[in-house]
Design a binder for this molecule. Structure first.
Ligand code: TRP
Length: 462
């Protein structure tokens, strides 16, 4: 990194960093089980629409603010709003973002800890040739052991803190440029296995890509929107922070399109790899957060090279999770160390420790899920719902309003210098009207509830 100008030397670094942030547990762990729980193809269709209509334009919006100011998220909003004579209200954008990243990271590191446990499990040959039932038993055993989960949660958080504290994100990016393609290759290999070694590939494809329109309910739409934000790392100033390191001559549009394509392809690939195995082994598509771990391990246990493949796979998933978790820590640490002039290291370790403590709530949600319940839900369910389905869309809504209505239009025009006039107008129209209206309708519907919304829809459409 060029320290003086604080921008990345290479053009492609932003794409790598942003894709590293976007591609993570959201694609490989969460997307498949959300598809399974939300009616298959119906969810995928709504998800893709959300990515295209809301996700891509908002990724460009976040990048504009970051690249324009070259500072941390709070200063970026402050600088851009000053240049547009805007009120202080808009500072809520980075504040929501920071709160959200804190909450997300607290459970993210616990789930990444599961991947670590599986990496270790495969390395020690625990899954060698065992039955599907025993694979399920191993997962249940992990959930029943808070000690184990806490150990791996600690290892993962410490690794994240170590990388950020050292300012070694450049190094991790280099490592990722090798590891990420490897992960893709492994996922493709598993998909090929699903295609040729199970008789259920067609069923998997059908489940993913043949939408049953009657399954599109309000909660499917809400979940799809939340998942789009989560998977693309949007609405929290994470992308904004990375865009701050973008060189001036790099095209925001082109980079954003790449990141969105890569992220979406990874999610779909994970789905294609997993669902045939689910159907072939009579597992539940709606198996929830355990889906990835149970299905793939079942397949690995049957393969002759399963131990090494399983080890490689979960190791790479852990790395993908690290490149995402550092993007949740970096914005906050960048701000703390710039604002209070503290050392990067102490800001990092203190912050990560607090997140770690909060993460224990997620550990006990899984290990003591029947006793650890508030309003009928576990703390993990609440944190997950509150972040993905409320805070992220809210952050996105504010950001769209900010770019569409507050920020000086000339700033956007200048930042999106590669777009011709017409396409720029389309983008601007989406950010100004379409995205905020859609997000608002979804948020309001959520408040009203499914029944009320159905009443309103049927009174409008007869
Ligand atoms: N996008 C990541 C995933 O899919 C999660 C993530 C990392 C994230 N950094 C973020 C989400 C910042 C929102 C904001 O796993």
């Amino acid at each position: 990194m060029n320290q003086e100008k604080q921008v990345w030397a290479k053009k492609s670094t932003f794409i790598f960093a942003a894709a590293g942030s976007a591609i993570g547990l959201g694609n490989i762990w969460k997307f498949p089980y959300m598809v399974g729980e939300n009616g298959g193809g119906a969810f995928v269709l709504v998800y893709l629409l959300c990515v295209l209509i809301i996700g891509l334009p908002l990724m460009m919006s976040e990048s504009i603010v970051g690249k324009y100011s070259h500072g941390n998220a709070i200063d970026a909003i402050r600088a851009t709003s000053k240049d547009s004579n805007a009120s202080k209200f808009w500072m809520t954008i980075p504040i929501i973002g920071f709160v959200c990243m804190f909450l997300l990271l607290s459970f993210y590191s616990v789930i990444a800890g599961w991947a670590l446990d599986y990496t270790y499990g495969f390395a020690t040959g625990k899954f060698n040739g065992i039955s599907a039932k025993d694979v399920g038993g191993i997962f249940d055993g992990l959930l029943a052991s808070p000690t184990k989960m806490i150990i791996w949660h600690t290892v993962f958080t410490a690794a994240t803190a170590f990388i950020i504290g050292k300012g070694a994100t450049d190094g991790i990016e280099k490592a990722l440029s090798v590891m990420m393609p490897l992960l893709v290759i492994l996922l493709v290999a598993i998909t090929l296995y699903s295609a040729f070694a199970t008789d259920y590939f067609a069923a998997g494809v059908k489940f993913l890509f043949e939408p049953d329109f009657s399954k599109i309910t309000l909660s499917v739409v809400i979940n799809a929107l939340g998942q789009a934000f989560f998977s693309l790392s949007l609405g929290m100033c994470a992308i904004m922070t990375y865009a701050a390191y973008m060189r001036d001559d790099v095209s925001i549009t082109e980079s954003s399109v790449w990141v969105v394509i890569l992220d979406t392809a990874m999610a779909l690939l994970a789905g294609l790899a997993i669902f045939p195995i689910v159907f072939a082994n009579g597992l539940e598509a709606s198996g929830g957060p355990g889906l990835l771990f149970v299905t793939l391990s079942t397949a690995f246990a049957k393969m002759s090279a399963g131990t090494i493949l399983g080890f490689g796979f979960f190791f790479l998933v852990t790395l993908a999770a690290i490149s995402s978790s550092i993007s949740m820590v970096e914005p906050v640490v960048k701000w703390i160390s710039e604002k209070f002039n503290t050392s990067r290291k102490s800001a990092t370790y203190l912050y990560c420790f607090v997140v770690w403590v909060f993460g224990l709530l997620t550990v006990f949600s899984f290990s003591n899920g029947d006793t650890f319940i508030i309003f009928g839900k576990t703390p993990f369910d609440i944190i997950d719902y509150f972040t993905a389905n409320i805070l992220l869309p809210l952050g996105g809504l504010l950001l769209a309003l900010y770019i569409g209505w507050v920020l000086n239009k000339e700033i956007s025009k200048k930042q999106l210098f590669t777009l011709n006039g017409f396409i720029f107008s389309v983008w601007y129209f989406i950010v100004k009207f379409i995205a905020p209206v859609l997000i608002l309708i979804i948020l309001v519907s959520m408040v009203l509830g499914e029944e009320k919304v159905n009443q309103i829809i049927s009174s409008i459409f007869g």
